[in-house]
Design a protein around this ligand. Structure first.
Ligand SMILES: *[C@@H]1O[C@H](CO)[C@@H](O)[C@H](O)[C@H]1NC(C)=O
Ligand SMILES: *[C@@H]1O[C@H](CO)[C@@H](O)[C@H](O)[C@H]1NC(C)=O
Ligand SMILES: *[C@@H]1O[C@H](CO)[C@@H](O)[C@H](O)[C@H]1NC(C)=O
Ligand SMILES: *[C@@H]1O[C@H](CO)[C@@H](O)[C@H](O)[C@H]1NC(C)=O
Ligand SMILES: *[C@@H]1O[C@H](CO)[C@@H](O)[C@H](O)[C@H]1NC(C)=O
Ligand SMILES: CC(=O)N[C@H]1CO[C@H](CO)[C@@H](O)[C@@H]1O
Length: 326
């Protein structure tokens, strides 16, 4: 019996070693093929983007529409939605917009049903809308903590429930989760925000496991973890070593990641080399690096919003506003 078990293990490892070679060669070949030759077509797909009326969401919407997808945007900024629709239609793209507050489960279910009837089955879901309050732990009102969790993580479940069934029936679709580097690294002023992004990563990886184990290989999943982006979600934050990312670059990389069925899109790519150090270095050394060299907590202390900012544009002039992206 023991011998039999051992033989099975050796056999599985042998098969694994062979497939590993295939994956390594595949990854290498993909690396040298120019971008435009390895993208899938999204012509005729229906792509839902939450928080699609501004920030990264808007840029992604415009890019996907230009590639022939019928883009559906959800946001709570009605005039913002109209602007995106006008812009996409003026370039002969297809775009529909719905006002939807994704922190409200019943509203998600209701609008999802409407989309299904009016547009058809959604085949690409981009969970992009995000919310940040951005104060230290004791200063976050309960209602803001709840709202952050509702928008940044709970909504993913309601949206999944609404659209996954059809994707599973057809074994065709793509689910994109816009998390954040703050979902791999807790940081200052972010006890609520970071927690929801850690949760989003856990949700995403678990769903990935389930879909793969059950053979839904036609449903691709892409996890996006960007660093601070220059969209006004983190006003005044000027990180020390790695500058904030430009929205155009982030949107381009996300769309490329979707078109090539990438599993992970971590931006900037250098974070892929830095983050593992968190688990490798002695904890005190890592903290010294983050605090004294990168000065990441100090950068987050400069976060200014609400009453402190000059008020306009972003989150808090309208208490229901949900800002797009990361
Ligand atoms: C809604 O979107 C428009 C851009 O189309 C923007 O000017 C406006 O500030 C946004 N409103 C809110 C409350 O964010
Ligand atoms: C949506 O998907 C379901 C299941 O695959 C299919 O039966 C239905 O016809 C689709 N609806 C549309 C409008 O394509
Ligand atoms: C994702 O896409 C690739 C290539 O189209 C495919 O081989 C793979 O099985 C898909 N599904 C998953 C779950 O990765
Ligand atoms: C993707 O990123 C997550 C979060 O850091 C990590 O746990 C996972 O191993 C990565 N997956 C791949 C295939 O690189
Ligand atoms: C973040 O922390 C700093 C320092 O504690 C604080 O002054 C600031 O107000 C916080 N940010 C926001 C948006 O409240
Ligand atoms: C809450 C919810 O709807 N979860 C669904 C997400 O997708 C998985 C697929 O693995 C379904 O089984 C869950 O019901």
């Amino acid at each position: 019996m023991e011998l039999k078990k051992a033989i099975y293990v050796i056999f599985d490892v042998f098969v694994f070693a062979c497939t590993s070679m295939v994956y390594i060669i595949e990854a290498f070949l993909l690396l040298i093929v120019p971008r435009r030759y390895k993208c899938k077509s999204i012509q005729g797909e229906v792509a839902l983007i939450t928080g699609g009326a501004g920030g990264i969401g808007k840029l992604i919407a415009i890019k996907l529409a230009a590639l022939g997808a019928h883009v559906v945007i959800w946001d709570i900024n009605e005039s913002g939605i109209q602007d995106v629709i006008d812009e996409i239609r003026s370039m002969k793209g297809k775009c529909s917009g719905y006002v939807c507050d994704i922190s409200d489960k019943n509203e998600v279910y209701r609008v999802a049903k409407t989309v299904q009837i009016e547009i058809g089955n959604v085949t690409i879901v981009i969970n992009n809308a995000g919310y940040i309050y951005g104060k230290t732990f004791m200063d976050i009102p309960d209602v803001e903590i709840e709202k952050t969790f509702k928008v940044n993580i709970l909504s993913h479940y309601w949206i999944n429930k609404s659209f996954l069934k059809e994707m599973m029936k057809d074994n065709h679709g793509h689910i994109v989760t816009i998390a954040s580097i703050a979902g791999m690294l807790g940081t200052y002023n972010c006890t609520d925000y970071s927690a929801t992004k850690f949760a989003a990563i856990g949700y995403h990886e678990s769903l990935f496991t389930e879909l793969n184990v059950h053979g839904y290989h036609g449903i691709n999943m892409t996890l996006v973890c960007p660093y601070v982006i220059n969209t006004g979600m983190f006003p005044n934050v000027t990180p020390r070593l790695i500058p904030a990312l430009e929205p155009e670059y982030v949107a381009e990389e996300i769309v490329f990641g979707i078109l090539t069925n990438k599993i992970n899109v971590t931006l900037p790519g250098s974070a892929n080399y830095m983050l593992p150090l968190k688990n490798i270095l002695p904890a005190k050394l890592w903290w010294a690096f983050i605090h004294d060299v990168v000065k990441s907590p100090q950068a987050m202390m400069m976060l200014k919003k609400h009453d402190e900012s000059d008020g306009k544009k972003f989150l808090f002039d309208d208490k229901r506003k949900i800002v797009s992206s990361n």
